[in-house]
Write a protein of this length. Structure first.
Lengths: 293, 72
């Protein structure tokens, strides 16, 4: 499944409208903001149709994924947007994570927990609030907002750069900082970033793939708020930095960059290019062997 | 949570951060044990809590974050 999908869920009292762009979207936030109500409305529509009083408008089918038969459901649906929440214990399991990776559906998960088994983007973590669009009417307009949307102030002058991975991205930044007094270190994985940063006194810049750092964001964000010397730089991925830098020529590259959602399935860790399937390692080999790079 | 007399452990992650002030308020009158699956924001003030995973006492969000981040 590719591309963006607008979803409208409404009845005579509430109106939810949002866009789902990737295979995993997280909705979290305070209680009584309407997260559970959203799930309930979609369930009512799925069970009763129009007689539920709920209207669900989307170019792909939407349904709830819940209960002990979730695996059976997943095996038999394709091209759906599936909504589930933290009352389903399976969302924390490796079985669910594997099913999501292999699935041709989009998933909207309502949870306050960080789901470390799932690679979701920092850009696709939302809260819900009433926007007041239909103020003074009987219908309340519920809107999704990005939780991690604040921009960092540039420029920053780090003394220390911590890179999430230990592969090409780390080698790249290590080379850049080689002739400066900036220390560059690999965390050896996103799960190790937090413990590495605790108690950090130097001006530090953390570089990690935004496309898959979602589960770590709660604590990294709080860390950067508490320890003002820690800044987070979360580009989509290292490959994205290369693609958008202009060092790779070709109209296909610029077209991919512009139409990323339509061209590439938004699975963190794998890139599917038009015309074929390219694993991340093969992507790196392409650049290492390319004379233009 | 406020009226429980059986020392139950409550899943405070089901309540959300907007309930943190009420948890601190209830804890002024009685000891309260909660389970958290996320880093609850207890605000900028001081409080006293023992993180049972490590036995450490924490008194503010900075101390709490240093410990909680290892577990949630």
């Amino acid at each position: 499944m590719k591309g963006k999908h607008k979803v409208v869920v409404k009845n005579n009292k509430l109106h939810y409208e949002f866009e789902i762009k990737r295979n995993i979207t997280i909705i979290k936030g305070d209680s009584a903001t309407g997260k559970t109500t959203l799930i309930n409305m979609i369930r009512q529509y799925a069970n009763l149709g129009v007689s539920s009083g709920v209207d669900v408008v989307c170019d792909v089918p939407c349904r709830i994924l819940e209960g002990p038969d979730w695996q059976l459901v997943l095996r038999n649906v394709s091209g759906y947007i599936l909504f589930t929440d933290e009352e389903n214990a399976f969302i924390r399991t490796e079985q669910f994570a594997a099913a999501v990776r292999d699935s041709d559906n989009y998933f909207v998960i309502i949870t306050r927990e960080s789901l470390y088994n799932l690679p979701y983007s920092v850009e696709e973590i939302y809260g819900i609030h009433s926007s007041g669009k239909y103020q003074n009417t009987k219908q309340v307009y519920q809107q999704l907002y990005k939780i991690y949307s604040e921009a960092e102030h540039f420029p920053i002058e780090p003394k220390y750069i911590v890179v999430e991975d230990s592969n090409s991205g780390y080698k790249f930044f290590k080379d850049i900082t080689r002739e400066s007094d900036i220390r560059c270190e690999s965390a050896g994985g996103k799960s190790k970033l937090y413990s590495l940063l605790c108690g950090m006194k130097d001006e530090t810049c953390v570089i990690a793939d935004g496309a898959a750092i979602g589960a770590e964001m709660e604590k990294l964000h709080k860390l950067s708020q508490m320890y003002r010397n820690i800044k987070l730089y979360l580009p989509e991925s290292f490959e994205w930095i290369i693609l958008s830098s202009g060092v790779i020529e070709g109209k296909d590259v610029s077209k991919i960059e512009c139409e990323i959602g339509k061209t590439i399935r938004q699975d963190a860790g794998c890139l599917f290019f038009r015309g074929g399937y390219t694993e991340k390692n093969k992507f790196y080999n392409f650049f290492e062997n390319s004379s233009k790079f | 949570m406020a009226f429980d007399e059986n020392d139950r452990v409550f899943n405070a992650s089901a309540c959300g951060d907007n309930c943190s002030k009420w948890i601190l308020q209830i804890a002024k009158d009685k000891d309260l044990t909660i389970n958290l699956r996320h880093i609850m924001d207890f605000g900028e003030g001081k409080f006293e809590a023992r993180v049972l995973n490590t036995g450490q006492m924490v008194h503010n969000m900075l101390e709490f974050l240093d410990v909680a981040g290892e577990y949630v």
